[in-house]
Design a protein around this ligand. Structure first.
Ligand code: FES
Length: 283
């Protein structure tokens, strides 16, 4: 096989592997197959370019003594025209093959961009909590302050959004006189019922443990602790900000309801530790 054909075959193999990569991805993906196809596409492309450079672009000149084989004027004119034609055809073919293989690889490498999915927009800054939404257990049971024993804790959700991952809240009952909440927050804990997001502000684990004797919530992942009486400020561990407090009130029928959404996003502090633009987006 001539060098030209080998180079063309390498570019064709690269293009086929890239197309195969796209097909495998669209059909659901298979990491091993995708890896092999990507390696084949890039390897064949690289090999083709190297071979093209070595064998076709920089061919060494070899001369040896030989008897005069002079051709006639007519023969020389014909040969020159044919050689030029072949040169142009070969170069054009290889350039087209190279461009085709390059386009196929570019398309294959661009496909994973689709995996990024839609932008979350402002969804990360909101939860299903709304003013007037009753606090219900995972059985859908609405709660009155009297349903909670002093020192007890319940996991609650907004009515109509049971199981919501970002709305999950810990409802804790303490003596109202023990609470040390600042500003408006003091009015968010009717009859000593205070609600905090259950999602740890360090890395998002559920804050699942409540130590009633010293009013501390503990995250089992990295041992962050939060002071329930002082707005769930972190008192130990890697968490850097308090658990968001749910504003609450009591409705006409005596049930605990939300007075609005959490005042700041729940979970890890992605939103105020990156750059100023993100901070503004959350306001
Ligand atoms: S996720 Fe809670 S302390 Fe790390």
């Amino acid at each position: 096989m001539t060098p030209t054909r080998i180079v063309a075959a390498a570019f064709a193999l690269s293009a086929l592997a890239s197309i195969g990569l796209i097909v495998v991805y669209v059909l659901g993906g298979q990491p091993q197959a995708e890896g092999i196809l990507l390696a084949t596409a890039l390897g064949a492309m690289g090999g083709g370019i190297v071979l093209w450079a070595i064998r076709l672009l920089d061919a060494p000149t070899i001369a040896k003594d030989r008897p005069s084989l002079a051709s006639s004027e007519e023969e020389r004119a014909q040969t020159a025209g044919a050689a030029e034609l072949e040169q142009i055809t070969r170069r054009t073919l290889l350039v087209r093959m190279l461009l085709g293989a390059g386009a196929a690889i570019t398309a294959a490498l661009a496909i994973p961009v689709l995996s990024l999915g839609p932008q979350p927009g402002r969804e990360l800054f909101r939860t299903p909590w709304r003013a007037g939404a009753r606090l219900v257990t995972d059985d859908g049971l609405p709660l009155r302050p009297a349903d909670l024993a002093l020192g007890s804790v319940r996991t609650v959700f907004p009515e109509g959004a049971i199981g919501s991952a970002d709305a999950v809240t810990l409802l804790i009952k303490v003596r109202p006189s023990e609470l040390q909440l600042d500003g408006d927050r003091a009015g968010w804990a009717p009859e000593g019922c205070v609600g905090y997001s259950k999602i740890c502000t360090h890395a998002g684990c559920p804050v699942g443990l409540y130590r009633a004797e010293d009013h501390v919530l503990l995250c089992p992942c990295h041992q962050s602790t939060f002071d329930v009486l002082r707005g769930a400020v972190p008192t130990f561990g890697p968490a850097a900000r308090p658990l968001p407090q749910l504003p609450m009130e009591i409705d006409d029928e005596g049930y605990l309801v939300a007075a609005g959404d959490f005042p700041e996003p729940v979970g890890p502090s992605f939103w105020n530790l990156t750059h100023e633009g993100n901070r503004e987006a959350g306001e």
